[in-house]
Design a protein around this ligand. Structure first.
Ligand code: SAM
Length: 242
């Protein structure tokens, strides 16, 4: 996958691409990237990229000309162009999976009050929010998207690691433990050291369901809850009341 990120502060993003799993994915040719400084496309001597709002109001808006020049240079008309924005469609694991199939992705980071609507209308295919809160700029949101997306590209991490992660099958992940078996007077659940694989799988499934019911019951809504799952929900609700 080739990723281009357009930003007024690309240095914020550099460390992310040069570290850890991403650095390895780049080295192995699974991901390539370009960080574009939008200011390089400003044409006036002050390299101005923002201006006041028509209609009044506080704050500044990113001007259309440097943005469109940067987008044209990035080949935006032939690519999926994502503008990260609190006003966009809510990002989730399924959306990350969908974007992971793209060969080429352009991400546009806003600053100030955001960007001129005409740029959105001309180039943006997806306006995406990472949650119901307002960040001061789009770089962190762009990193959130890229991080969730690139790890789903085949070969970046092992398929097994992805299989029982949170949101797979609409459930959150089960609690996990590592050595030592006794830590600060706390042990690990007996079943996990029993070596009984079927019981471990059942315990983990039950814990996934328990946690999902507790924190994210919305994930279970609209699912065809069949057999085992129905019985477990009944068992858990009988044990725990609510
Ligand atoms: N005036 C905008 C509004 O009320 O919708 C907020 C602009 S925000 C201060 C500046 C930039 O941060 C946005 O253009 C966007 O790129 C980014 N941003 C802020 N919150 C975000 C969120 N929840 N998801 C994605 N991007 C966000």
């Amino acid at each position: 996958m080739n990723i281009t990120i357009l930003s007024l502060f690309p240095e914020i993003l550099r460390g992310f691409f040069e570290s850890s799993i991403m650095a390895r994915a780049v080295e192995r040719g699974l991901v390539s990237y370009t960080l574009t400084d939008i200011r390089d496309y400003a044409t006036d001597k002050h390299r101005k990229c923002d201006d006041e709002l028509f209609g009044g109001g506080p704050g500044m808006l990113m001007k259309p000309e440097p943005l469109s020049a940067a987008l044209e240079a990035a080949g935006a008309r032939q690519a999926r162009v994502v503008y990260v924005s609190p006003g966009g469609r809510l990002f989730n694991q399924a959306y990350a999976g969908e974007l992971a199939h793209e060969e080429r992705l352009i991400l546009l980071c806003g600053r100030y009050e955001g960007i001129d609507q005409r740029v959105i209308d001309t180039y943006v295919t997806d306006e995406v929010s990472i949650g119901d809160y307002v960040l001061s700029s789009g770089e962190v949101a762009a990193m959130v998207l890229v991080d969730a997306i690139y790890r789903l590209i085949p070969g970046v991490i092992t398929g097994e690691s992805l299989e029982e992660e949170s949101f797979e099958g609409g459930l959150l992940e089960y609690p996990q433990y590592t050595r030592p078996a006794l830590y600060d007077s706390m042990t690990v659940p007996d079943v996990l050291v029993s070596g009984h694989h079927a019981n471990i799988a059942r315990w983990r499934f039950k814990k996934r369901l328990e946690k999902t019911l507790l924190y994210r019951p919305d994930l279970l809504q609209g699912k065809g809850l069949e057999g085992d799952l129905r019985a477990l929900i009944k068992e858990l609700t009988e044990q725990g009341g609510e």
